[in-house]
Design a protein around this ligand. Sequence first.
Ligand SMILES: [Zn+2]
Length: 230
Amino acid sequence: MKTETISQKNGHQLNGFTTEDIGDDHLFTSLETPMKPNAFEMSNDEKKQRISILFSEIMDVLGLDLTDDSLKGTPDRVAKMYIEEIFSGLDPENKPKVALFDNKYQYNQMLVEKDITFYSNCEHHFVPIIGKAHVAYKSSGKVIGLSKLNRIVQYYAKRPQVQERLTQQIGNELKNILETEDVAVIIDAKHLCVSSRGVKDDTSATVTTYYGGVFNSPEKIAELQNYINN
Ligand SMILES: [Zn+2]
């Protein structure tokens, strides 16, 4: 019965691609993280309990002995890690609260915060995406604390993701918060689903970019690349 459901799903066509193609080629369907309308009806404690039960089932099916001292705490640990850490960015309650400050010094050049290390997870394989984000903006008269730029990156990284969406979500959020179109995001990341499985390419990295407002010109892009590479 279960096998039937899976094969039906795999046969389902989306713009000519099967769901298998979409996963293997890391295509994605929307800029918003696809969420159920009732995603937050269950409390976090209930979610942890459910995930723990379901994860023990996966381990059990794999043939692992859940009475072993080393393994028996794993389902609870995974559940806690999913909800409180690596997928905590699904919950809007965890979105960083950002205060804007007046740009006292009238610094109206670009500000670049580079090499923000992040850990995310591929939504197609649930294995890590590890990378660096570089974000830049030109103040519209308001500035935010540098640590907030980092927190915004981390919030959107803590979801099942595709790199293009992560880039866009960070860009859109910065635009909204900073009340300017003049925002840029560059992400350079390694996908463990590409290096450790599938094509087993250990050397490739994926670069995605978002250039808004003044950043969307060849000169500004070159200037930005220059800051990031130095
Ligand atoms: Zn993947």
